[in-house]
Each structure stands twice: as C-alpha cells, then as structure tokens.
Write a protein that binds this ligand. Structure first.
Ligand code: NAD
Length: 454
C-alpha cells in the first residue's frame, strides 16, 4: 500500500499527467477497454445481484460513456488558464487562474451502481490530471474483480490502480496521505473517511445518502406521475441513493394515486419468470433482513412478497405510515415505498426539515408557486420537478448532496473542478513601481489612496 502510493506520487511528479494529450489518450484507451469487456461486466453484475444487460447499460455504462465522451471533448478547454481582470492597485499586471491537478487521489465506490459509481469519479480524476487508486465496493465482488482485472492489466499501477477489499483494506488506504479522497457511500462511513482525511488535511468529496421526499399534488398528471415514480423507485430494486424514499401525497388524491401506482407496478413488474430480467435482487442477506423487517402486513397496500433464498422483495407500497414508524427513521434503500397523505403543506415541510438535509427532493405539480415555495424552503442536494432521478443524467448539473447527504459535487465540469486546484496568479512586469505602498506613510499618500480606492 505504502509503495503503491509512493510510486503514484513519483509518477505524478514526472508531470506526464499534466499533458492534456496524455489524459485524452488514457481516457480513449479506457473507453476501448470497457467496450471490449462489456460482456464480462454484464455477466459479473448479473451474478452479483441480478442486474440485466439492459439495466446495466442504462444505469451504469451509458452514464460512464457519456462522462468519458464529455471529458475527451472538453479536457483541453477546461484545463486552459483563464484570464480575469486586474484591480487598480496592481496596475500594470495580468491576472489569471490556472487549473492544476491535485495529485494522488483515492476513489472509494459504493455497491449499488458498482461500475458507474467507481468509474465516473475515477475518470473525472484522471481527466483533471491526477493519478487514481480506486477501491470499489466489495459487496458485488464479481463486478469488483472484473474492474480490477481489466484496469490493472491495462494501466500501469503508478497511474491508475484498483485495490480490491473491504473494511481492512479501506482502513489501510485511509491511513495513507492522498491529495484528494472521493467517497460514495453511507453517512456513517462518510464520517470515518472525513476523520481519516483530516489527519492529513486531505480535501474530500463525500457523496452520501438520505431520505428523499417526493411531493405529489392534486393537480399533477396522475398517470404520468405514477409512471415516473414507480420507475425511479423500483429501478435497481430501490437500491438507489436518489430514489424517491417516501411519498407525501395530497389527501384528496391519495386513493387515486395509490391505485395508479399499483396499476403501474402490475404492468411493469409481472411476477413471472421474466422478472429475473427486469428486476434486481437485494444485494445481501443483511440488507434483505433489514428491509423485510419494515414490511408490516397490515400496512401493505400492494406487493410485500419476499423470498430469502434469492433475496427477492417485490415492489411494495405501504400506507397508514406515520413519521414515527421505523421505516421513516433512516434511508430505506430498497423496493418499499411508504405513502403519507397530507392536508397542510407547511406542516409537511416542517416535518421534512426536522430530518437531515436530503440528497434529492421531487415535486409533482403544475403549480409553479408551489414549486417555488418548496425549492425556496427545503434544502437538498438536487432534484427534479415532475420527474425523479433523471436530473443526474444531465452532466451540466453538478451532482452532490448538502449537509448530511454530502460535501461537494461532480459530473461534467463540476467534477473537473472537484479534482482540480485553481491556482491564482498575479503577473507583473518590472517597468513601473509606484511608491504608494512604501514608507514613508505620509498624509498626502493616504489621501491619494482614499481618493483612488474609496
Ligand atoms: P458503505 O458506506 O457501507 O460503503 C461504501 C464504501 O466504504 C465501500 O467501498 C466499503 O468497502 C467502504 N467501507 C465500509 N465500511 C467501512 C469502514 N468502516 N471503514 C472504511 N471503509 C468502509 O455504503 P454502501 O452500502 O456501499 O452504499 C450505500 C450508501 O451509499 C447509501 O447510504 C446510499 O445512499 C449511498 N450512496 C450515495 C450515492 C451518492 O452519489 N450520493 C450513490 C450511491 C450510494
């Protein structure tokens, strides 16, 4: 471990990664390698938790390729030094900002999108000119093994290296000095990472989770709302950091909303053999047990079918849920959707604000005043109006949390900035040196200062 980081630092210090042509070449190479190994990745992720080729493409590879293409196209312009105006006190001079890579970076991935959540931050770090040690989550162990195999056999370890392992390996990595740590995972482990980084004053980006409220108002298009919410909630079997965690629905349409949601679930997720290709398994037994404990039979509106042997939980909707229920205390991270009716919007906003700031929030309404009110009053990482999850596919929108749901952001240029330092330079010629700032400090000079700058 110590050697790996020392070797990466030595390689970084050769300045090779500072050349944008070098970076572009490496990203193109990574794209080719991923394309060549798609079958291997598809097989591994299916074996890990039943993710089909279609869903893997949609929610893992597509986003990864999109970011790769974006960086390949934009690295040169995002790496350029940027001129800014110079203030009067510094006349005559030029002022500019130079983006520079941070150095040796550590990327720690989460399990729920094991390809995308590991590779996109790693690609971003490489695009900004850093070296990368990538530690994917150990839970989808077959996917982690394929990532290690295809990256470690194609890139030199001192530039880009995958280290497999769980808590002991991550703990050992966190003892080392990195120039940046990018972590995706739970808030609990986020705190461990933050503390370890503080030892070396290493900057961190923490992409964490949270409970994402989803407001549904009486004036929405119910059919489309149900369609979009059901897709977003049950994608990846609800194991998505930005999935709608719970629904707050206007009481007057609660029954109609529930019935539309059930109709949509029945249409999209048939409990036949084909479910294996359209619906995922829970990642492990521990999470299966945690989730099934939330399913109180008397609260099940639809779904609630479970099978421990293959870690299956059918798309489930719960009603008669209150904020005091266990399911409302922490992020659900599974295919269970509690629905809470409301009549008083301000009281609901208050309830949401009593909890830590969510990663996402969604609002389904045609009323722009209600939209403005919610956007103004609730703090959250990012979200969507009349849609869920899809905001993260727009790389022009920085993706990240706030407060308990995270620190910092990435995707597109926001990611490039996350992995760069912006070096500010004042650049002065020798030909003029006014005496104003030098002693003797006379009243005349003070008055001239005041005249010029106030
Ligand atoms: P996790 O925090 O358990 O694990 C994340 C990573 O940390 C893994 O690589 C794991 O090996 C490592 N790790 C676990 N325990 C550790 C410890 N004690 N010390 C050091 N390292 C440790 O998270 P997870 O279960 O993989 O992912 C689920 C969580 O991640 C959810 O809360 C979810 O909302 C969040 N998440 C956030 C985003 C986002 O982009 N904001 C994306 C996906 C998941």
């Amino acid at each position: 471990m110590v050697d790996l980081i020392a070797n990466q630092r030595a390689f970084f210090n050769t300045n090779e990664t500072k050349e944008t042509d070098f970076r572009i070449k490496q990203l193109k190479k990574l794209k080719t390698i991923l394309k060549q190994n798609e079958d291997k990745l598809n097989t591994a992720i299916y074996e890990d938790f039943g993710k089909s080729e279609y869903e893997t493409y949609l929610s893992e590879l597509l986003l990864t390729y999109q970011e790769l293409n974006d960086f390949i196209k934009k690295i040169k312009s995002w790496s350029k030094k940027k001129r800014v105006r110079t203030n009067l006190a510094n006349f005559p001079a030029k002022s500019y900002i130079i983006p520079e890579p941070l150095g040796v970076t550590l990327v720690i991935g989460a399990w729920n999108y094991p390809i995308q959540l590991s590779l996109v931050p790693a690609i971003t770090a490489l695009a900004a000119g850093n070296t990368v040690v990538l530690k994917p989550s150990e839970l989808p162990n077959k996917t982690a093994a394929v990532l290690a195999e295809i990256i470690n056999s194609n890139f030199s370890k001192e530039y880009f290296c995958v280290v497999e392992g769980g808590i002991p390996e991550t703990t050992a990595l966190l003892k080392q000095k990195f120039d940046k740590i990018f972590f995706t995972g739970s808030s609990t482990v986020g705190k461990i990472v933050y503390k370890a980084a503080a030892e070396h004053l290493t900057p961190v980006t923490l992409e964490l989770g949270g409970k994402n409220p989803t407001f549904v108002f009486a004036d929405c298009n119910l059919k489309v709302t149900a369609q979009r919410i059901v897709w977003a909630k049950y994608l990846n079997a609800g194991q998505t950091c930005v999935a709608p965690d719970y629904i707050l629905v206007e009481k007057s349409i609660e029954d109609a909303f529930l019935s539309e949601v059930k109709k949509e679930i029945d249409t999209r997720y048939k409990l036949t053999d084909d479910i294996k290709d359209n619906y995922l398994r829970i990642i492990n037994e521990k999470n299966f047990d945690r989730l099934t404990a939330f399913i109180q039979p008397e609260k099940v509106y639809c779904g609630g079918i479970t099978n421990k042997k293959n870690r299956f939980i059918s798309p489930t909707v719960l009603t008669n849920v209150s904020f005091d229920d266990e399911i409302m205390k922490d992020e659900i991270f599974g295919p269970i959707l509690p629905v809470i009716p409301f009549e008083n919007l301000d009281a609901m906003i208050q309830k949401v604000k009593e909890n830590p700031k969510p990663l996402s929030c969604y609002v389904y309404t045609k009323n722009r005043k209600v939209v403005s009110k919610l956007l103004n009053e609730i703090s959250f990482g990012g979200g969507a109006i009349n849609e869920s999850i899809m905001h993260l596919t727009n790389s022009k929108l920085p993706f990240g949390g706030v407060g308990f749901s995270g620190i910092g952001s990435y995707h597109g240029e926001a990611g490039f900035r996350t992995f760069s330092h912006y070096k500010s330079i004042l650049d002065k010629p020798f030909w003029l040196e006014p005496s104003l700032k030098y002693t003797p400090y006379t009243l005349k000079k003070l008055n001239l200062f005041k005249f010029l700058f106030e």
